[in-house]
Ligand binder design. Sequence first.
Ligand code: HMG
Ligand code: MG
Length: 298
Amino acid sequence: MTHPIILVEVGPRDGLQNEAQVIDVATKVELIERLASCGFKHVEGGAFVSPKWVPQMAASDEVMTTIKRAPGISYPVLTPNMKGYEGARAANADTVAVFGAASESFSQKNINCSIAESLERFKPVIEAAKADGIRVRGYVSCVLGCPYEGKITPAQVTPVAKTLYEMGCYEISLGDTIGVGTPEETKALIRAVAAEIPVAALAGHFHDTYGQALANIWAALGEGVTVFDSSVSGLGGCPYAKGASGNVASEDVVYSLARSGFETGVDLDSLMETSVWISEKLGRKPGSKVTLARKSES
Ligand code: HMG
Ligand code: MG
C-alpha cells in the first residue's frame, strides 16, 4: 500500500530569491514548467514583493503570465500586502501565500512590521482572495529558531498559525527558516500546533542549514503531517535570514519517501535532470546528495 504525500516545490521562489546573479525570465519559466512536468502538483512561481527588498523576484508578473499552466497544478505566489495581491491577481495567480513569523525581530527585518501588524495586513488580502476564488496559503517563519532572537518556542508559533488558519488560510506551512531545528523539537512543535488546528492543514518547510531537514520531515510525518515544501537541487535561503542555506532538496525527499512506500507523484529521474540543468545554469553542482550519487554512478 502506498501513502500519498503532497510536495510543494518552492525552488523557483524560495530557491531563486536568494541568488545574487541575474536569472532571466526564460530560465525561471522553463524551471517552473519542467518542475510541473516532473509531477509536482504545486510549484511556487514567484513573489509579488518589493523589488527594492528582493530584486530577484521583480519579474514575477512576467514569469506568471508567460508560463504554460498544466491542468490540475497550482502555482502559488507570495503576497505580503494588498499591492502584492493586486499584482498576483493581475498575473492570474490561482493561489497566493501570506507570510508571517513567530519572531518579532524577523517580522520587522523581513516585512518591515510587527507580527500583529502583519496579521492586520493579511486580513484584506485573504478577504479579497476569498471573493476572487483564489486560495490562500499561510507561512509562519522561524518556527524552530530565529537569526536575531535565537530559540523560538511552540507557544510563540501556535497563536500565529492559529490566527492565519482562522482567517481563512487553507494550509499553514511551518518554516524552519534557518534550518536549526532537530527531530525532537519538530515533534514537539507539530504536537503543539496540531492541538489547535487540524494536522491535515499543516505543512513542513525545512531549510537544511544544519543538515536536519530530512530528519525533521520524518519526525513531522510521524506526527501526521503529509505536506512538505522542498526545493529542486536544495536551492534557497532567505535574504533576511543571514546564514540560511537552501531548502531540503526535492530529490532527497522524493528518494527517501518513495523507497519507504510513500507516493509523491514525482518522477525522480526527470527531477534529477531538472536539478542538473538548473545547477548548470547557476554554475554550481547540484545540492542534492541523491542527484550527486546517481551522477557519479552513471
Ligand atoms: P515597506 O517598505 O514597509 O512597504 O515594505 P511600504 O508599504 O511602506 O511601501 C514602500 C514602497 O514599496 C512603495 O514604493 C510601495 O509601492 C512598494 P515607492 O513609493 O517607495 O516607490 N511596495 C511594493 N512593491 C511591490 N510589491 C509589493 C509592494 N508593497 C509595497 N507587494 C514590504 C514592506 C512587505 C513590501 C517589504 O518588506 C517586502 O517586500 N518584503 C519582502 C521580503 C521577502 O520577500 N522575503 C523573502 C520571502 S519570506 C521567506 O523566504 C520565508 C519562507 O520561505 C518561509 C520560511 O523559510 O520560513 C516563506
Ligand atoms: Mg523558506
